[in-house]
Design a protein around this ligand. Sequence first.
Ligand SMILES: Nc1nc2c(ncn2[C@@H]2O[C@H](COP(=O)(O)OP(=O)(O)O)[C@@H](O)[C@H]2O)c(=O)[nH]1
Ligand SMILES: [Mg+2]
Length: 219
Amino acid sequence: MKINVKKDVLSRQNREGARNRERFESTRTFTVNLMSSPGAGKTTLLEQTITALQKEFRIGVIEGDLATDRDAQRLRKLGVKTVQINTVGGCHLNAELIARELPVFDLENTNILFIENIGNLVCPSGYDLGQHRKVALLSTPEGNDKIPKYPVMFRRTDLTVVNKADLLPYVDFDVNQAKEDLRQINPEAGFLNVSAKTGAGMDDWIRWLKKEAEQCLNR
Ligand SMILES: Nc1nc2c(ncn2[C@@H]2O[C@H](COP(=O)(O)OP(=O)(O)O)[C@@H](O)[C@H]2O)c(=O)[nH]1
Ligand SMILES: [Mg+2]
């Protein structure tokens, strides 16, 4: 007899994801799953985002990494509740890992929870953490071909953010081509170009977050 283990594991993860989502809905906590290659700028974007939103919203962060708590240390400096998950080699977070950390947060008093996933464009795309929105970050030095080469990631996200706009004069990255590539595989998805370093485009990103949070929580 052939047993489809992969399907079973994924359906269990989907159940756990749905359970997390119910929890976030009941506490009115808008949750974002942020994914990218290593070094695209997830933690830097979060630092800038938290600085911009901190006065208005109570924010929590779950950091996922293979090893170390360096990213969590960076965010704790801003005074936000941050939990680090080390997957010890695991290439993605899953809903059970997230659920295990939720008691640490005072979710009733957390308006936005950011989850920084493990850095790669493959494994994280298949796992529902219970987030309201999935955001993929791509940086200009990574090259123009990443959206068509990793379609599963970009097809399943609500927004693609191209980061490191400040490096555009020095790298071969065609923003319009990237936008068109995304439109081909995911016409519903949003597309933004920012620099977490200089702050360019950050207003659009903050506006997107606020709008989506309102849409998700005021249904
Ligand atoms: N030039 C430039 N560098 C950036 C930008 N955002 C992040 N970086 C740099 O890219 C490197 C990786 O950033 P990090 O936020 O740790 O990426 P993560 O691995 O995706 O969390 C760091 O050296 C950052 O300073 C940006 O907008 N422009
Ligand atoms: Mg990081």
